[in-house]
Design a protein around this ligand. Structure first.
Ligand SMILES: *[C@@H]1O[C@H](CO)[C@@H](O)[C@H](O)[C@H]1NC(C)=O
Ligand SMILES: *[C@@H]1O[C@H](CO)[C@@H](O)[C@H](O)[C@H]1NC(C)=O
Ligand SMILES: *[C@@H]1O[C@H](CO)[C@@H](O)[C@H](O)[C@H]1NC(C)=O
Length: 179
């Protein structure tokens, strides 16, 4: 196939996905334990879920001996223009409170159903599980619609930090393109 034909096909495919719904594609992710005695990252990878749809996969092992009932959760969104610059949000919430009242935090709630559908951490505190995973997470239509409303086209980094008992323990960066 000629190069221009391939480009055309890609354009048509992108147009198709953006008509069908808002288009946001994950391009990379990385996860780092900030405290290997507390949490170990076993898996952190993007995989194709279906044609043209990339899902997030994440598995961490909790090393801490007791159930966890004090969790800090923080999201920052960065937009790339040569370098990534802080954009829109940089919030920290009490995650245990959030899980009881998710609709009180629109910025986090935007991702709520997409995340809950993909994780075993889908309940309120405490978390007694030793293995916490996110499997094949994709943004559902509602998340995409919200992202489309707040984010202009571009390259983004979502930086998520997770703390336990007041200490930052884990950092996850997800990169994506809003088309
Ligand atoms: C987010 O906010 C905190 C507290 O206001 C600040 O210390 C931190 O530098 C900010 N992070 C970024 C990436 O701007
Ligand atoms: C978000 O988490 C980072 C740690 O990764 C922290 O430095 C920053 O201050 C936090 N932001 C806010 C608003 O607390
Ligand atoms: C939470 O996740 C577990 C494990 O994937 C699943 O068995 C359970 O049905 C889920 N609960 C809810 C309320 O979705």
């Amino acid at each position: 196939m000629k190069f221009s034909a391939i480009v055309n096909m890609m354009l048509i495919m992108e147009l198709f996905t953006s008509i069908r719904g808002a288009y946001f594609r994950f391009t990379n992710m990385d996860c780092n334990s900030l405290d290997s005695e507390f949490v170990e990252v076993k898996e952190c990878i993007l995989k194709m879920v279906s044609r043209n749809v990339v899902g997030m996969n994440f598995h961490m092992v909790i090393k801490y001996g007791k159930p966890i009932d004090k969790i800090q959760f923080n999201i920052s969104i960065f937009r790339k223009s040569n370098v990534y610059r802080q954009f829109l949000v940089n919030h920290t919430i009490d995650f245990c409170y959030y899980m009881r009242n998710p609709e009180k935090y629109p910025i986090f709630y935007m991702f709520h159903d997409s995340l809950m559908a993909a994780t075993n951490a889908n309940h309120t505190c405490p978390y007694a599980e030793k293995d916490i995973y996110v499997r094949k997470m994709i943004f559902n239509d509602q998340t995409l619609k919200n992202l489309r409303t707040i984010l202009p086209e571009g390259e983004y980094k979502l930086a998520v930090s997770v703390g336990g008992f007041g200490v930052w323990r884990l950092k996850v960066n997800v990169y994506g393109r809003r088309g």
